[in-house]
Ligand binder design. Structure first.
Ligand code: AP5
Length: 219
């Protein structure tokens, strides 16, 4: 199944994409994770995007499109994938449709995570990520057993550079300005589904599973 998880920063897209991708044995493609790995490795791509990401702005479309094209051509995407954080602009969405068409594929569903700005800011300021395995925690909703240490691998937890309240608000405004238009884009294609992402993680997961059944049923 070829899916997109759409929504504001901190809506829970990554959390759910990990769960659903694991269950369906398809890759979770987070463009944010790909970019953060590039920054951490000090690659040419990482040097280009570091400041943009820290400011909360979007990385240029051409760069993102090249990254995604290379990624979806990999063998592990043959049975489907979940995009988390891509597309984020109409230009990216058009490019994605075009590259999938060339591969004789298409997006089957775009799942919109609907949640208010204040909740997003609250969630993100309490987010901590494992520096070793990438597991995501929340100090309020899903804290680690030992403060600062990953339950799964014992790695150290850190706060993302772009998770300061001011940057989160900036990211939210960029989302409202550039990404929200995608709701209409996928609605017109009859592919938009919505979840109330203010519910807890388990409820949101159940709702997504229902949507996936619906998509499979309509194939
Ligand atoms: P990216 O990494 O994609 O960030 P984002 O879209 O802003 O999303 P987040 O990762 O912040 O949130 P999420 O929805 O995944 O929430 P999560 O599950 O972690 O992008 C970062 C930057 O990279 C961008 O600003 C841009 O510069 C660049 N970039 C990336 N893609 C790009 C593109 N396509 N084009 C251009 N630039 C691009 O959850 C958040 C917290 O809440 C966690 O602590 C979690 O534990 C908790 N939580 C999750 N669900 C729940 C729940 N239901 N209830 C309570 N807590 C919950």
């Amino acid at each position: 199944m070829n899916l997109i998880f759409l929504g504001p920063p901190g809506a829970g897209k990554g959390t759910q994409a990990k769960i659903i991708a694991g269950r369906f044995h398809i890759p979770h493609i987070s463009t944010g994770d790909i970019l953060r790995e590039a920054v951490a490795s000090g690659s040419e791509l990482g040097k280009k995007v570091k400041n943009i990401m820290e400011s909360g702005e979007l990385v240029p479309d051409e760069l993102m499109i090249d990254i995604v094209k290379e990624r979806i051509e990999k063998e592990d995407c043959k049975d489907g994938f979940i995009f988390d954080g891509f597309p984020r602009t109409i230009v990216q969405a058009n490019a994605l449709d075009m590259m999938l068409r060339e591969m004789d594929k298409e997006i089957e569903g775009a799942i919109y995570f609907n949640v208010a700005e204040d909740e997003v800011v609250k969630r993100i300021s309490a987010r901590r990520v494992c520096s070793k395995c990438g597991a995501v925690y929340n100090l309020v909703y899903s804290p680690p057993r030992i403060d600062g240490i990953c339950d799964k691998c014992g790695g150290t937890l850190y706060q993302r550079d772009d998770d300061k309240e001011e940057t989160v608000r900036k990211r939210y405004s960029v989302y409202m300005e550039k990404t929200v238009q995608l709701l209409d884009y996928y609605k017109k294609q009859g592919k938009l589904f919505e979840v109330d992402a203010s519910k807890d993680i388990e409820d949101v997961k159940d709702k997504i599973m229902e949507i996936m059944e619906k998509i499979r049923g309509g194939r």
